[in-house]
Design a protein around this ligand. Sequence first.
Ligand SMILES: [Zn+2]
Ligand SMILES: [Zn+2]
Length: 169
Amino acid sequence: MRITVEELELHPMVVSLTYTAGTLDYHGAAFRQAAPLKVDAVAELAGSEIHIRGRVGTSLEACCDRCLVSVAIPVGRDFDLFYRPLSTIARTEEVELPEDELDVGFFSGNGIELSDVVTEQVILAMPMKVVCRTDCRGLCPVCGTNLNLEKCSCLPTPENSPFSFLKKG
Ligand SMILES: [Zn+2]
Ligand SMILES: [Zn+2]
């Protein structure tokens, strides 16, 4: 749904929506939405800016960086954001934004798409590294055995040691 300045001029908008898995586009991110995504938000005008705050909640699924098993990642994230009309950039382009305004976003046209706000929050909520457990042993680099589940008889060699790059040059 679109949150428009025209509508906010009349009244703040209270939004409570659920996006089922597969309906949001995460721009090729390396995870998938594994449960319905719930968003509750309030949008209002703050001068010429759109102020939107609320919470997104869902569950994601991604592959462990080390052993590739699927890992469930619960997401619950509060947000409090300001979007400034893009048309104001031209006028303020030579003015540096004060430090505390760096997370101000911009919108073009008559408003913002709620789905854009939501997908951005979910992408920000993803951890940088996904591991199934902190002591995950990963896959054997030679035979691909999941070393959490079984042992293999491969011996680490200089070529496949994760530290082999240290010896090069
Ligand atoms: Zn793992
Ligand atoms: Zn092996």
